[in-house]
Design a protein around this ligand. Sequence first.
Ligand code: PEP
Ligand code: MN
Length: 340
Amino acid sequence: MVIVMRSEATGADVEAIVSVVRTAGVEAFVSRGVQRTIVGLVGDVTQLDATSLRGMAGVRDVMRVSTPYKLVSRENHPERSTVHVGGVPIGPDTVTLIAGPCAVETHEQTLAAARMAQSAGAVLLRGGAYKPRTSPYAFQGLGEKGLRILADVREETGMPIVTEVVDARDVATVAAYADMLQVGTRNMQNFALLQEVGAAGRPVMLKRGMTATIEEWLMAAEYIAQRGNLDIVLCERGVRTYETATRNTLDVSAVPVAQRLSHLPVIIDPSHSGGRRDLVLPLTRAAIAVGADGVIIDVHPRPEQALCDGPQALVDADLGELAQIMTDFPALLGKAPATV
Ligand code: PEP
Ligand code: MN
């Protein structure tokens, strides 16, 4: 942290700052320049409140120079990480295809979607048993019954499962079935949930909040990491903008930005980004081309009957092209499609 003093700041103003900082156990180094004085802080500044420092006499600005997140930061961990989900890698050397239905509806539907996913090269199965719906009248998911269906389909297909948990009280139940816990966009700053999944002993996929900055996203990841779990995968799923032609606006630049700031793998959800079937494959190409470490895609055997997000689900006719993208695109970046 650096405190920039106003040109008219007095020696007493600077001394007052230094005293506050030292009381918090942080070392302060004063550099007096011709134009203005700068106080550099070294040590654990987490106990210092930048807003109150900014309010002190003679202070012009307070800037953080090192990142506010630490465990997920690349500063202290230059190597990019690989997270393993039931033996499947998600990381810098591979592109991992995760696919499945938005929501688990029946055993037959989930198994059919899993077979579709596998035929396109997917190695992890997605599917929500607890659905965070905008409307309280919409299908809320099958709950634990849905988790049992996912576990049965894992048995039948060999695909490890990724499934969302929306309530801190359900974490233990979901973790008992899931290979990876998903935290959705609406819960990215549900700090109680983040702490609970951080302690659950399972890898976590953390979706970016639809109005969250990249820094807020990484701070949310830090909550999980702080509980001792560094097996975190970040997922960009589109952000809210003025555009109405798409459900959300896919922020492709979030991938290289987050990968530069954090050692965690970053994947893209092209289904929830565009919200339209015809955009999923173009956005998948963009995702792999920009360096995403994986994609998570909705597929459904009968999207017109889907209880959730049918319009964005890929159908049988799309799978050949998806398989082709998975064969051709990772190699362009020196990556390989992830296998089990
Ligand atoms: C989902 O993946 O099913 C989902 C609800 O996504 P998001 O949280 O990104 O809306
Ligand atoms: Mn969905």
